[in-house]
Design a protein around this ligand. Structure first.
Ligand SMILES: [Ca+2]
Ligand SMILES: [Ca+2]
Ligand SMILES: [Ca+2]
Length: 303
């Protein structure tokens, strides 16, 4: 047994105090020590959900021009909506593989609109703990985009594929919509047969109307007409004849009637350049026709 001898009681108190302070200092030092912490937050891939294309409704194109169509989606990223870096879309007829319509070079106005721009809907991503943002993607479809409601591609539909990336992972989702068949045409506004004597016809001289296919389908217009009139006088409708090529009045052409009848000019579906066809016309002015300026209306109906 070890004995510590102190010269006095005071020395013993001082020594005890030093030991006690040391113990207190040691305890206090441990309580204030720092522990460094670390954790790795993994990346969660963005999730594309609720994709709608034209709100799910069939798309009706606009003749001879474009129509802007929209796809929408909610994109969620558990790392926060503000970490969603890139959202884009491809719109295509679904007979075209996704891999065949995801770069600009694969664009085809009949069936593939790649790299469609998507923008975040204002106010849907507030940052911080907000993980979801809404996006809208839009582009202009040409009037001759392939129809999928009937015809060659009736078994197909159009799809909007929306892809979202966060710089690490990219995922996608899609929505569907049919594109309706659009039968439409433009035709020359007026036609003048010139001046003819009563008891004569236009013989081998034809007037021409030019028909343009302004829809997304093959099209053969139906033609009908009215009597031409000049005041109380009439030149009956059947005196006009038409054909899909030039003709001589006495031997060719189809007599015009009030009943719509195929013109037989069979216009192809446009794929870019305007598709046009001509209808040739002639007229007969019977004996007994009163002089005057006769006018009427011939109608072309897309079919
Ligand atoms: Ca993420
Ligand atoms: Ca949000
Ligand atoms: Ca279809």
């Amino acid at each position: 047994m070890t004995k510590v001898l102190f010269k006095s009681r005071i020395e013993a108190i001082i020594a005890s105090s030093i030991i006690l302070v040391g113990v207190i200092a040691f305890v206090a030092n441990v309580a204030a020590d720092a522990v460094s912490t670390s954790v790795t937050v993994s990346n969660a891939a963005p999730v594309v959900s609720g994709v709608t294309f034209n709100s799910g409704a069939a798309i009706t194109l606009t003749e001879n021009t474009t129509r802007t169509v929209y796809a929408t989606s909610t994109v969620t990223d558990a790392n926060g909506c503000s970490t969603i870096a890139a959202v884009s879309a491809d719109f295509h007829r679904n007979g075209i593989a996704t891999s065949s319509c995801n770069t600009i070079g694969q664009a085809n106005n009949s069936n593939c609109y790649p790299a469609v721009t998507c923008t975040v809907v204002s106010g849907t991503c507030t940052g911080g703990s907000d993980t979801a943002a809404d996006y809208v993607c839009s582009t202009a479809l040409q009037y001759y985009a392939d129809p999928t409601d009937s015809g060659t591609y009736a078994a197909q539909t159009w799809t909007a594929d929306i892809a979202a990336g966060d710089g690490v992972a990219t995922t996608s989702g899609s929505g569907l919509a049919e594109v309706n068949t659009l039968k439409a045409l433009d035709v020359t506004a007026s036609m003048n047969y010139g001046t003819l004597a009563a008891g004569s016809n236009t013989a081998a001289v034809n007037s021409t109307t030019t028909v343009t296919n302004t829809g997304n389908s093959t099209m053969d217009p139906l033609i009908s007409g009215t009597d031409m009139t000049s005041g109380i006088n009439t030149l009956t409708v059947g005196n006009q004849k038409y054909a899909s090529s030039t003709f001589t009045y006495a031997t060719g052409g189809t007599a015009l009637s009030t009943t719509p009848t195929a013109a037989a000019i069979n216009l192809a579906k446009p794929t870019g350049a305007a598709v046009t066809g001509n209808v040739s016309w002639g007229i007969n002015v019977p004996n007994g026709t009163v002089p005057g300026s006769y006018s009427g209306t011939n109608t072309f109906t897309a079919n």
